[in-house]
Design a protein around this ligand. Structure first.
Ligand SMILES: Cc1cc2nc3c(=O)[nH]c(=O)nc-3n(C[C@H](O)[C@H](O)[C@H](O)COP(=O)(O)O)c2cc1C
Length: 443
């Protein structure tokens, strides 16, 4: 059955793959994470599959708990600075959107506004900003602090930060660049605006040193799960990433985001809720299952346990791996950890079963199968109204992505669920998102 509503497809790029043991897979070159050719191959494959965008996460410290033991066993220790990586990929790709993370807790708005404005210009309108307030506790120690500010304070700063950044992006009217060589007039100063922002966290005069970018504003992306996080998503998010264990919860989450956005005066058709899903695809179901089983066998036991310990904020190394898990206090857990804890109790898992379920994919859902299996799953979520598309997480790069593009994408196309080609040049065009007017447009 075909319909006009199309699934948005994002590719969550994680160096060597999303599976925690990806780097040990014989099909993966464990040193390729440093190489631009590796990321170029990924981006071009995704572009060939007509993904709307690629996305990279970021932290200013190793992902997860500050645990040298984990650095030794997984690839969390290695990560490119995302603006540098995406700028390089902008030059090697033509159409695919480039979404990257910048934290409002440790940057200043002027940095972020400028870097994204440049990326949007240089890529011809393909930039998107994943707005985070910093997730990894270890980042604080790299900025002269013992701990992050409390979540409430981080989100208050984030809200003001986004106001300033969007204001700076608007600080040149669309027609401010005159560039009239005969008249000798480069810009029209009446069409440049000082922001003159003075708030609780920032004082920023403006204007930006850059004409308004092709998208007007790069696409705003958010993934808050807490109360203040969801409010920020509903107020500003155009793409919203989430971690959803099942279709019922995902549907409720999307409905809540849409209702909150409507209450804030937004048109919710401009919001793409995109839960993450780790897809292990193969030419046949058996091939996909074998690929997944091979990866699962490569997870070291102690790494599995320490990952779950990190998520719960509790050391589980002395727990019996094969006894039914009875739960732990969660006052130091990440919000991501709470969802996983609920899952363990709901399904009566042992610690081993739990780490095998979550270690590989960091709490995201796993779908393993051939093209029809995977397409059936994605279609059932999409048609239930649980999402507007998916943030797709291949288990390995490049092989895990190749299998998705080779098998799953053609099946989604055949069903009329995804667009066959890009609708235009910019990320907004791909996603059907309007180009936002400048805040000075009607002044
Ligand atoms: C797909 C996805 C990507 C994320 N990327 C990052 C990231 O790059 N850096 C980061 O600090 N947090 C990242 N997060 C965490 C979120 O920004 C957010 O902190 C988390 O979902 C918890 O919500 P809360 O901040 O409202 O508690 C990501 C979350 C998801 C679901």
């Amino acid at each position: 059955m075909t319909s006009d509503r199309k699934m948005a497809l994002g590719l969550f790029v994680e160096g060597l793959g999303h599976h925690i043991a990806a780097w040990r897979d014989p099909g993966v070159d464990p040193r390729s994470r440093q190489s631009l050719d590796h990321f170029t191959e990924i981006a071009l494959t995704a572009e060939r599959g007509r993904f709307d965008f690629i996305f990279t996460a970021d932290t200013f410290a190793m992902f997860g708990p500050d645990d040298p033991h984990q650095w030794a066993r997984s690839t969390v220790a290695s990560r490119h600075e995302p603006f540098t990586l995406m700028a390089a990929l902008a030059a090697r790709t033509e159409r695919i959107g480039l979404v990257l993370t910048a934290t409002t807790t440790y940057y200043e708005p002027m940095h972020v506004a400028r870097m994204f404005a440049s990326l949007d210009q240089l890529s011809g309108g393909r930039a998107g900003w994943n707005i985070v307030t910093s997730n990894a506790p270890a980042e604080a120690a790299n900025f002269g602090r013992n701990a992050h500010p409390e979540a409430e304070e981080r989100y208050a700063r984030a809200a003001e930060f986004v106001e300033v950044v969007t204001g700076l992006w608007d600080s040149w009217d669309d027609d401010a660049l005159v560039a009239d060589q005969a008249l000798g007039r480069y810009v029209d100063p009446d069409k440049l605006h000082r922001l003159n922002h003075r708030g609780a966290h920032f004082s920023v005069r403006g204007p930006l040193t850059m004409p308004r970018s092709p998208q007007g504003r790069p696409v705003l992306v958010q993934a808050g799960q807490s109360g203040p996080g969801r409010t920020l998503s509903a107020r500003h998010g155009e793409i919203i990433f989430s971690i959803q264990p099942d279709v019922t919860q995902a549907t409720a989450y999307r409905a809540e985001i849409r209702a909150t956005a409507t209450g804030l005066g937004r048109d919710h058709s401009g919001i793409k809720v995109m839960p993450g899903v780790l897809i292990v695809a193969g030419a046949t179901r058996t091939e996909a299952e074998d690929r997944y089983a091979r990866l699962q066998r490569l997870i070291p036991e102690d790494l599995g346990v320490s990952l779950v310990s990190g998520l719960f904020g509790v050391d589980l190394s002395s727990y019996d791996l094969d006894a039914r898990f009875a739960g732990v206090p969660l006052d130091r857990a990440l919000s991501h950890g709470k969802a996983i804890h609920d899952l363990a109790l709901r399904e009566g898992l042992t610690l081993r079963e739990l780490y095998l379920k979550v270690a590989g994919q960091r709490g995201h859902r796993v779908v393993v199968g051939d093209a029809r299996d995977v397409a059936d799953d994605l279609e059932s979520w999409f048609s239930a109204g649980a999402c507007d598309g998916f943030n797709i997480m291949p288990p390995t790069f490049p092989g895990g992505l190749d299998a998705i593009v080779e098998h799953v994408v053609p099946e989604l196309r055949r069903r009329g669920l995804v667009a066959r080609d890009y609708a235009g040049r910019t990320l907004r065009d791909h996603l059907g998102l309007a180009r936002p007017p400048s805040r000075w447009a009607s002044a």
